[in-house]
Design a protein around this ligand. Structure first.
Ligand code: THU
Length: 171
């Protein structure tokens, strides 16, 4: 039996203009931005280095300055050293100087789609508002979209720490 979309999540299709319109108006994206997130993450998937899992993942993120940054998973013969697509994309974006991100897209070759792993959710949390949409595309272009706070409830973030240079505990 093939896996199906879980009932409590609403499946949308990037081929259905009504679905795309709803997603765009809910998350403040233009249709062109949505399209670029879709196409970018699918294209990034083709660049994956995944000889061990054969599981390709592409990610494209939209920065506040309007730039799209993409990455793919990069595996390693020492398995735990491999890096997920989302962290590659965010690492690129942050080191290229982008600040503030409006949307995150992830594409895989499966359906229902893969969602970012726990480590990536926390990594994303460092740089994104909790309302940021995470758009998860499946192999058919159908997708699920969830806010970061839905994927990572009660999360721990930078604001929980004392400002840099100030000790958090008193003697
Ligand atoms: N992977 C990602 O790139 N992103 C995720 O959020 C889930 C998993 C990659 C890691 C590994 O290269 C392959 O998928 C199989 O786990």
């Amino acid at each position: 039996m093939s896996a199906s979309y879980p009932d409590r999540y609403q499946k949308s299709s990037s081929a259905n203009p009504a679905d795309v319109e709803t997603t765009c108006s809910t998350y403040g994206l233009t249709k062109d931005e949505f399209e670029q997130l879709h196409k970018g993450s699918v294209a990034a998937k083709a660049t994956a280095y995944c000889p061990y899992s054969q599981f390709r993942v592409g990610s494209t993120i939209l920065a506040a300055d309007g730039v799209f940054i993409s990455g793919a998973n990069v595996e390693n013969a020492a398995y735990p050293v491999g890096t997920c697509a989302e962290r590659v994309a965010f690492g690129k974006a942050v080191t290229e100087g982008h600040k503030g991100f409006r949307a995150v897209a992830v594409a895989t070759d499966i359906a229902p789609p893969a969602s970012p792993c726990g480590m990536c959710r926390q990594f994303i949390r460092e740089f994104c508002d909790l309302k940021t949409p995470i758009i998860m595309f499946d192999k058919n272009g159908d997708y699920l979209v969830q806010k970061l706070e839905e994927l990572l409830p009660l999360s721990f973030g930078p604001e929980a720490l004392p400002p840099p240079g100030r000790p958090g505990v008193s003697a």
